[in-house]
Design a protein around this ligand. Structure first.
Ligand SMILES: *Cc1c(COP(=O)(O)O)cnc(C)c1O
Length: 355
């Protein structure tokens, strides 16, 4: 996307780039922040003029409503460096639309799509030297919105801040992944906020995740809130399984976040002629399928971790290892998805947006 000569916001560039201090060979996920951020405030019923400025702290009142009642939403997306050096955003329109759905659910104002897109493109373009090349590396982009009114009564805030910052990142998970099917705690219930990227959803997932880690698991697979009978998702990744050679994924719902990676992977499976079923999967089906080797693969799909094969699944205290045949379905899909993102495979669905 070309940047307008008259952007809808001001740009204050840093005089002291921190780029030289970054060890791009050893990037931890989400601990290194690029030089600039975008900030735009909402007041008196309208979005004010935004700005790109050096990355730095916010000054906030202790009574800021986000601290008390949790009106906070976010997105996670990535910019990739193609083989030819170009920088592209992957399906940013989907993230913008989802951000606004999250905003509506949390009683927050939506962000005009054109301003959001322009801010993303301008920010990534300005910090384009922060976009790493290399197989697992990319620029993670974190748009978010918080309630900023100073008020202690419970109501929707009148003031908000919308901001975007970016992080050069390497791989999210290193090594193998062992997950536990959670049958006691709940991430999302019908009528709740599970489909929104609302901060509180993640806060509520930390304690059950910590308990699972104590039992030796890396991640949870959540089940439905009513009876813990149906597989939902992994909490930052959607879940997919290979059952008798068919790719199976639970349909998105009020309680399962509609992932951009999931949507893309399902399309690519169709392109590759892999049979796909979008349907509910019971814990029982999974248990039996794992026991007799009908379920050959399980993997999480999400922006941060891309496609992450699961090595072992724990159900009610019994661990079932997975034995994918080679090449695994997940590796075929990852190769396709990554190839498109990095300009090695034709972008036949026009998913890459150049900045
Ligand atoms: C972000 C997220 C995902 C993955 O969505 P992507 O758009 O693919 O990154 C899945 N589940 C939850 C709960 C999430 O927050």
């Amino acid at each position: 996307m070309m940047i307008d000569t008259k952007p809808s916001f001001d740009i204050h560039q840093t005089e002291t780039s921190r780029l030289e201090q970054v060890d791009f060979e050893n990037l931890d996920f989400g601990r290194v922040f690029s030089d600039h951020m975008f900030v735009m405030e909402y007041e008196n019923g309208v979005w004010q003029r935004g700005k790109i400025e050096p990355y730095g702290p916010f000054t906030m009142s202790p009574a800021s409503m986000v601290f008390h009642y949790g009106q906070a939403i976010f997105e996670g997306m990535k910019a990739y460096r193609s083989e030819n050096g170009d920088v592209t955003l992957f399906r940013p329109g989907k993230n913008i639309a989802r951000f606004n759905q999250s905003a509506t659910r949390m009683c927050m104002p939506t962000v005009p799509e054109d301003i959001f897109m322009e801010a993303l493109a301008a920010l990534v373009k300005l910090d384009q030297n922060w976009v790493p090349g290399g197989d697992d590396a990319s620029l993670y982009i974190r748009p978010f919105m918080i309630a900023t009114d100073s008020y202690v009564g419970v109501k929707a805030s009148d003031k908000y801040a919308f901001s975007i910052f970016t992080c050069p990142v390497g791989a999210y998970y290193k090594g193998s992944v062992k997950v536990k099917v959670e049958r006691k705690f709940t991430r999302a219930a019908e009528g709740g906020t599970g489909y929104a990227k609302a901060a509180g959803n993640y806060a509520g997932s930390l304690y059950p995740s910590m308990l699972a880690r104590k039992e030796g698991y890396d991640q949870l697979i959540w089940t439905d809130a009513k009876n813990h009978e149906y597989i939902e998702e992994s909490g930052t990744m959607n879940a997919m399984f290979v059952v008798d050679g068919t790719l199976v994924s639970p349909q998105t719902s009020e309680t399962i976040l509609d992932g951009v990676t999931r949507n893309s992977v399902l399309q690519l499976a169709e392109d590759l002629g892999i049979p796909v079923e979008i349907r509910r999967i019971t814990v029982e089906e999974l248990r039996k399928g794992l026991a007799v080797g009908k379920v050959t693969e399980a993997f999480g799909v999400g922006t941060a971790a891309t496609i992450k094969p699961i090595d072992e699944i724990g159900i009610d205290g019994i661990n079932y290892p997975l034995h994918a045949s080679t090449p695994s379905v997940s590796s075929l899909l990852l190769n396709e998805l990554d190839g498109i993102r990095r300009g090695k495979i034709e972008d036949r669905h026009n998913w890459n947006i150049p900045v």
